[in-house]
Design a binder for this molecule. Sequence first.
Ligand SMILES: Nc1ncnc2c1ncn2[C@@H]1O[C@H](COP(=O)(O)OP(=O)(O)OP(=O)(O)O)[C@@H](O)[C@H]1O
Ligand SMILES: [Mg+2]
Length: 279
Amino acid sequence: MEEMIRIENLVFDYMRDEDQEQVSAIKGVSLTVEKGSFTAVIGRNGSGKSTLAKNINALLLPSSGVVYVNGYDTAKEEYIWEVRQSAAMVFQNPDNQIVSSIVEDDVAFGPENLGIAPEEIRQRVDRSLKDVNMYQHRKKAPHLLSGGQKQRVAIAGAIAMRPECIVFDEPTAMLDPKGRGEVMSIIRELHEEGITVVLITHFMEEAAQADRIIIMDQGEIALDGTPRQVFSNVEAIRNMDLDVPLPVELCHRLRTRGIDIPETIINMEEMVEFLCQYK
Ligand SMILES: Nc1ncnc2c1ncn2[C@@H]1O[C@H](COP(=O)(O)OP(=O)(O)OP(=O)(O)O)[C@@H](O)[C@H]1O
Ligand SMILES: [Mg+2]
């Protein structure tokens, strides 16, 4: 296994502006993320998900502990571009990420900062916009686009940097169901093409699509495993103020009423398969 991310005993404290009190956001997290994997990170508000993500992108540096991205220690200033180029980030609000008044200029922004030659930038911009199905909108002003389209432009901007890994921090939170579906299908495609995906999400159905789910709770990792392993802890997940996917919830309720239904069902398709045995 090749490691994309290695986090060793990460502690991160914020200093609160109002009262200069220390807020402990990450309290000792260790984890490795394999190259090419698709990991979802879930957890209630304030559990430390965004803080973890920003430590992967060197937007924040550890209070203690070490974060390696593609082998580069994020705390070493000389590696900052290697780190940011290896692991790009896409945030929740597309409006805060779009910096230019024309779609294609926006996508060019990342590679320009990496010092890529203009000819190569041109090719990357076109390719990235095609990948997210926004090429036909390349000359438009971003503010004329829907939320989902803007988020796809932001993703194109990340892809144009040719990162090995993309960390998505609730990329679908501000989108309508159609926009959410479009963004999720792009995320799945990127994973299929070999990009390492870390997806922070509030949507359990999105998390269920990953190979691995990490649940953060109060700055620590509470659960870590395949969706099947993690979602078998229905009570523990509820105690962390989180939901489980609807099919998991349904199976759990049926089981508590004495129906003999396997613990392995985590999505609609498997639920349907199971029910069809009785037709
Ligand atoms: N800039 C900041 N200054 C002080 N405290 C902060 C700052 N940003 C976050 N925190 C605190 O750190 C903790 C973790 O916050 P973080 O944003 O990482 O959580 P999160 O899991 O991403 O939450 P959400 O689901 O709301 O996005 C919270 O207690 C939060 O209040
Ligand atoms: Mg957050």
